[in-house]
Design a protein around this ligand. Sequence first.
Ligand code: ZN
Ligand code: ZN
Ligand code: ZN
Length: 202
Amino acid sequence: MQDIGREDLRILQARHYIPSGRDNYHGIRHCHIHATAYEDLYISLSRPLDRQQQQARARLHRAWNLPSWQTTPDLYIKIFNDLDLLLFAGQLYKRVCISWKDLDNIEASALTWARMPFGWWHRRIRIHLGRSLYLESPKAVVWGTVIHEMLHAYIMVVEVPLWRPGSHCEHFWEAARRLAAALGFGGLTERNIVTEADNGFW
Ligand SMILES: [Zn+2]
Ligand SMILES: [Zn+2]
Ligand SMILES: [Zn+2]
């Protein structure tokens, strides 16, 4: 299915893994203001796919088309790196972790302590997917929610290092539209990425 390596799978779910060197989230330049972060994403999405991205897209397509009896919670962890490669030019790799969690009231969240004023600087940007999301939502909503949280995480990676809640502003909507188009799966629309998954941040 997904040809994600064992080590990558471990890193993806390890909340205490600390990326180093070039992979360090704090090591990259936070040169972007909000609108620029989105502008960069739009530009990257408008580029022709390179070979790695084409392969990622083919793997994602196979994952999308799996029958429901072959779909497990693991799948939504395993697609992360390919979604990152295809949609975010691999910028979330090692900087963001994702795991399932018992969440109250919300279906998913993306959060970082990194920008809080009291200095938990080493923590990773963390995406949590709630159990109810898996149990109660159709496939397109689960995929849409993963991408929704990845979009928040992307903004947290590249925006200016200011702690603030992410917003579902018009940029977010425009990005959702372009992300859905880049994925190009019939049945997955920007509404799956934004409206249906509106519990979003935190
Ligand atoms: Zn820049
Ligand atoms: Zn905005
Ligand atoms: Zn959100």
